[in-house]
Each structure stands twice: as structure tokens, then as C-alpha cells.
Design a binder for this molecule. Sequence first.
Ligand SMILES: NC(=O)c1ccc[n+]([C@@H]2O[C@H](COP(=O)([O-])OP(=O)(O)OC[C@H]3O[C@@H](n4cnc5c(N)ncnc54)[C@H](O)[C@@H]3O)[C@@H](O)[C@H]2O)c1
Ligand SMILES: Nc1ncnc2c1ncn2[C@@H]1O[C@H](COP(=O)(O)OP(=O)(O)OP(=O)(O)O)[C@@H](O)[C@H]1O
Length: 527
Amino acid sequence: MYPFQLKSNENASVSYPQHENGHVDSISLLSSEKTVQELLEPAIQGMDGNLVEFSEALRTVAKALRLAAEGKACAQADAAEWKHKYELERERNMLLEHKVLSPEEHHCDLPSERNEGLSNKEDATYQAIGQTLKCCGKNGICTHEILRDGEADSDYESVKNGRKKKASFKLAWYCKGESSDQYKHDVVSFARGNITTAERSSKQISLKWETSPQTVLVLTKPNSTSVRIICAEMIRWLKQHKKLDIFVEPRVRSELLTESSFFNFVHTWEDDKEALLLHTKVDLVVTLGGDGTVLWGASLFKGPVPPVVAFSLGSLGFMTPFYSEHYKESLDAILQGPISITLRHRLQCHVIRESAKHELRLDELTLVLNEVTIDRGISSFLTNLECYCDHNFVTTVQGDGLILSTTSGSTAYSLAAGGSMVHPQVPGILFTPICPHSLSFRPLIFPEHVTVRVQIPANSRSPAWVSFDGKGRKKLEPGDALLCSMAPWPVPTACQVDSTSDFLRSIHDGLHWNLRKTQSFDGPRDT
Ligand SMILES: NC(=O)c1ccc[n+]([C@@H]2O[C@H](COP(=O)([O-])OP(=O)(O)OC[C@H]3O[C@@H](n4cnc5c(N)ncnc54)[C@H](O)[C@@H]3O)[C@@H](O)[C@H]2O)c1
Ligand SMILES: Nc1ncnc2c1ncn2[C@@H]1O[C@H](COP(=O)(O)OP(=O)(O)OP(=O)(O)O)[C@@H](O)[C@H]1O
């Protein structure tokens, strides 16, 4: 049923001849009304009552035809305007997608068949999507699909740059210990009038390397002696015992080199443009620090993210399940695989400036792993935030602000503001007010597919401030808005056990659950 509906809608929205035909029809209808009037006018004079009635009826019919024609012309004008808006929006999205993903934007040459017609950016995007669909098949998901880093491209790039080929892996969904290669795209099926949902209970995601990882990026919390020591030790071990290529941040490379020239083999990047290409070079990311270092690591990847192994070297680690003391055993197991992973969803955020509402270019897209927060900053006035979910008005937040959080971020700021804790594998957007000045406002959770818009009303008394994972604060002036939706690039984090055990352990340890002593048997009882 749906494919047919979609097809007809598609034709309706893009077919120009129909549009033009429509106009011709309306004009001919308008002129027919005029003709009827011209023909009847002289004849009517001096006719009897019946004929007058008949002519009135004809006049009514002609009027109805004219109104219908006008309505149609109006609808066509509306459709043309919407089509124009849609095309602008599509072009904007294409530009953004290319900015983040397209290798040609980063000045990489592509094999000739991908290069053809690159002036037409849509073609390149469709080719990439086509390739993804081709690979996807029924047997899990492969890295080159996730990273849009097809075999042909990798080979070509590797030869060109004399660099090692990126390791590929495969994801499988398994249920209650049973492994299955079948990744069900269909959540709901519809057969013989019955709607059923696919079996989804307690599925964990397992990552299996198809070729061995060769390159590791090590990210560290700054200004910490213990982190510095363990970082140097780990890099030495990864090189000497695992023969891996290592990338670190420019700051860390300088630190390592002041320690010893042995670390000359360590790679880094020179500028942001080069950092944007990290996902094409790195097979695994290791973080040494707390949750903040995981957030920092995720923020370096503006598109796809390689698997992240987070070692705990902070005070409170909800996303850092690995103990740094056991790094050798943990990395041994991870490099060998398979490993359980949590696919942590991210939100993509856009600031829309009132002052630039007619411009095609938007502010830069920002991805968050925890949350985006809009608050009153230093202003003493309440924030006044109009919130919409897919064009539906939700509420006006009057209070200190609003948090739009991922489920991974549900244990962070959103929790402190009274939001629920949600398993990180649940896809959804948490909508949590900060100190609302309305007793009836409670936190909400929206499904993954919605777009939330937070608008600063033009008559707001003060500006608001937006921050992304607690960083990059920006001022939102009256009239500005923030658009927020689920990003297509999650952060795959390696689990110590599996995503549910790790989540429960983090709240047991982090929030001191189950520390209350159990009541003794010895005491009063119901009789
Ligand atoms: N009142 C609050 O609870 C509050 C206020 C501001 C920011 N934050 C959080 O701090 C985060 C930034 O972290 P940072 O380390 O860069 O700053 P930070 O150094 O100020 O640390 C903030 C604390 O939040 C913890 N945290 C971060 N992400 C978490 C998560 N997903 N689950 C549970 N705890 C988490 C960190 O471990 C740390 O203890 C923001 O994304 C925000 O969620 C919380
Ligand atoms: N590589 C990095 N470069 C720049 N800033 C970083 C880096 N790693 C972490 N940070 C920042 O340093 C701060 C502290 O990091 P992190 O949360 O990892 O350590 P912590 O505060 O000791 O841990 P915890 O919060 O668990 O006590 C965070 O704000 C984080 O964004």
C-alpha cells in the first residue's frame, strides 16, 4: 500500500507538466464562465420566467466552476511555495551532510566512478546511500556501512597514502545468549490484518572484528599526573606487544616527547580539518579519564565514531566501565573480540538565528552525547521558552531552563533536574525542565524520530544561553531558536560485561544504590 502512495505523492510534488496543465485548466474554466455570461446576456432580455430561472441556474454552475478553478490555482500556488521551501531545506541538508561526511570536501581524491558528476552533490550522496543499501543485506552491519568507507575507497586511499587499510568489523544482535546474524530492520510487520512487533527482548549488540584493528587513538584528561603515567605505559605496550599505530592529541604528543624520544612513532594531527578525518584512520579510541573525557572524545567526531574503550580515571564514571589497572587484559580481549557494545545515541543541534532567517547557511551543526541545555545564564529573569515537538506546541517553559538529553545523558544533568534514568540503549529524547515555575510541568520523554524546536519569543525580556555537553556556550537572542533531533552517528562504547550489566553497575556504584542495610528478620511481623 505505502509504496504506491509514496510514489503518487512524489509525482505530485515534482511534476511540472501537471502543474502547468493545472494552470491551463483553471484559466479555461475562468474563461468558460465569462463565455456563458456573454452568450446569455442578450438572450435573457425579454424572456419568460422559466428561462430566467434556467439562466440563473447556469450562472450558479458557472460561478461554482470559477470558485473551484480559483481554489485549484490557490492550492497550486501553495504547493509550488512548499516545494520551493522543501527544495531549499533539502539543499541545505545536502550541504551539511557533505560538510561532515563527503571526502571530496576534505580534498581526498575518489575513484573515478564516484568522482563522475560530483558537481551534482546529490548524485554523490545517493551513490553513498546506494552503496550502504547494497552492503547491508541480512547479515548484520559492516563498518564500511557505518563509516561510509567502502572497500574500493579504502583500498584506493591506502595505496595513495601508503597507509594501512582500516580494520573492518561486523555487528550482530543477539538475544539471551543466542547469537543471530539476522538484523531485523522491521520493528512492526503487518500480515493478514494482524499487526505484530518483531521480537526485541534484551538484545545486546556484539562487535566482531573482521580484520584486526591496526590503529588506536588514545585520548587523555589534561593536567593529571596519574593519567600521564598510565598513558605513556599503555602506548609503549600497544606498540611493543600489539604492533599498533598510535594517534594522540598534539598536546599529548609533545608531553610524550619531552619524556622520551622513544615516542617519535606516535602520530597526531595539525588542525581541525585533519581532525575531521580521524574516523577514516582510527580503528579504536581509548579514553583515560572520567565521563568528561568520553564526552570530549565523542565531540572530536563530527560524523561516524569508531568503537570507544573508556578507562576510568575520574571520580564518577557512568560511561567508563574499564579499570585502568587491568588495561592489558581488557585491551587484549577487546583487540581480539568479539565485544559487547552500547550504541549511545547523540543529538544534533542547530541554532537558527532570527537575524539570518533568509540565509541558506545555518550555524554549525553540533553533536552532543549527554545533552543540550538552554538556561537563563546570568539573567535574573525567568526563561521563557516556547517548545514545539514536530510543529506541535508542547509548552512554554518558564523557569531556569530546559534540558534536552540523550538517554546516555539521563544520569547526568537531566537526573539532577528531576528527569528519569533511562537505559542508554533506549532511543529517545528527554525533555527535562530546570526548576519550572509551574507545578504541573513534569519531565517528558519523546520518541527518537521527533524534532524539538525551542524558540525564544521575540518579546522575551532577556536572551537565553545554550550549551552543548556543558560546553561551547552561545547566546540566544529573542527570535532565535534551537532545533534538536537524533543524530545518525551514535557513539559505540565497549562494555565490560554487557550494556545492561554495565548500566546497572554504574548506577549502583555511582549513586550508592543498595547501600542501605537490609532489615533483620528479628522484629515485628504481620500476623
Ligand atoms: N547539576 C548537575 O548535575 C550538572 C550541572 C552542569 C553540568 N552537568 C553535567 O556535566 C556534564 C559535563 O561533564 P564534564 O565531565 O565535562 O564536566 P564536569 O567536570 O563539570 O563534571 C560533571 C559531572 O557530571 C558527570 N557526568 C558527565 N556525564 C555523565 C553521564 N552521562 N552520566 C552520569 N554522570 C555524568 C561527570 O562524571 C562529572 O562528575 C554535562 O554534560 C552535564 O550533564 C551536571
Ligand atoms: N583530552 C581533553 N582535552 C580537553 N579537555 C578535556 C580532555 N579530556 C577531558 N577534558 C575535560 O576535562 C574535564 C574533566 O574531565 P573528566 O570528567 O574526564 O575528569 P574528572 O573530572 O576527573 O572525572 P570525574 O568527573 O569522573 O571526576 C571535562 O570538562 C572534560 O571535558
